[in-house]
Unconditional design. Structure first.
Length: 330
């Protein structure tokens, strides 16, 4: 669908309006972002790459048109570089006649999943696990891939102690890198999740609950989760965001490289290339989908609770992400 300047501007304004570090500054930062983004076909992906990096800037910097424009151009060049060498069969828009009801759910090879993670997802990094794809037709051809989701064992300590039955091996999985191809039919993501629920019930009855993170700081609203009957289980306090040389990195990566995610410890040891966000952040939403109806009903009756990720002190890195015995599907 052709994006006009008016619909594009309105879409960006609606996405940015609730963000706590932009809303108090009035319309100027939003207008400057709209101007810098243009109406590129991948503007949503580019916008989320930009939003991932804006919290490292001060209020004064965010009010500076040059800073915002340079950041957008930097992230656009980064996306272009990430997509170099990726086959057009992965990148190109999908067939206009693709029909969800004729689509099939199939396993996606690791190499293709890695290319999709790198080029379709705002984090632009691969995630290990089982990759399930919705294909427009049987055969597993990359050009027919409409959507992808990656299932991984739950290995986040503070969630293991909260989620019902999560400590039973293989009973809880994390759904991540949930993406749809450019030009995929409407409702592709929710349709894909429904197919995955059915596949798990038929083939892996030991899996009882799926978990997935949503980051409202990147202008995600959770409509897809609600449309497919996920339940908001908890809100996780977002202490800060980490950057290495100005580029976003996950907590896992900071811990892997430096043995801690404690900002004070990182500063003490002169990890000068590491910086943290300075803007206020909204909590992350943790959604759950219970595959058995009785558990789903109980979950919907429960209150949403707050939780905090573990702050890893030096020397504790080995214990940060517990590794469960991999379930059969992994």
């Amino acid at each position: 669908m052709r994006v006009t300047a008016v619909t594009f501007e309105k879409s960006v304004q609606e996405l940015l309006a609730p963000l706590p570090f932009l809303a108090p500054m009035g319309p100027l930062p939003c207008a400057r972002l709209i101007s810098a983004l243009g109406t590129a076909s991948n503007w949503r992906l580019l916008l989320r790459r930009v939003l991932l990096h804006l919290p490292r800037f001060s209020d004064e910097q965010l009010n500076d048109a040059t800073v915002l424009e340079e950041e957008v151009h930097r992230r656009a060049a980064e996306l272009s570089q990430l997509r170099k060498g990726i086959p057009e069969s992965v990148l190109g828009p999908r067939r206009p006649d693709a029909c969800l009801h004729k689509a099939v759910l199939e396993s996606v090879p690791n190499d293709i999943a890695g290319l999709v993670h790198r080029s379709w997802h705002y984090l632009a990094t691969a995630r290990n696990g089982v990759h399930l794809g919705l294909y427009a037709r049987p055969g597993g051809r990359p050009e027919d891939l409409l959507a992808l989701a990656t299932l991984s064992p739950l290995d986040v300590p503070h969630l293991l102690s909260i989620v019902p039955d999560a400590r039973h091996p293989g009973s809880a999985l994390v759904v991540s890198r949930l993406v749809a191809a450019e030009g995929a039919p409407r409702n592709t993501i929710s349709h894909t999740m429904g197919r995955i629920f059915t596949w798990l019930r038929q083939n892996h009855s030991d899996v009882r609950v799926l978990l997935s993170y949503l980051n409202p700081n990147l202008a995600f609203r959770g409509s897809v989760y609600r449309a497919s009957n996920w339940h908001l289980l908890m809100r996780e306090i977002k202490r800060c965001v980490y950057y290495i040389d100005g580029n976003y990195v996950t907590d896992r990566e900071v811990i892997r490289r430096f043995g801690t995610n404690d900002p004070d410890a990182l500063r003490r040891h002169g990890a000068g290339q590491v910086s943290t966000s300075v803007q206020p952040l909204q909590p992350l939403d943790v959604f759950a989908y219970f595959l058995h109806l009785a558990e789903r009903r109980r979950a919907h009756a429960a209150c949403v609770r707050d939780t905090s990720p573990i702050l890893v002190r030096e020397g504790d890195a080995a214990a940060i992400y517990e590794t469960q015995r991999k379930p059969a599907l992994l």
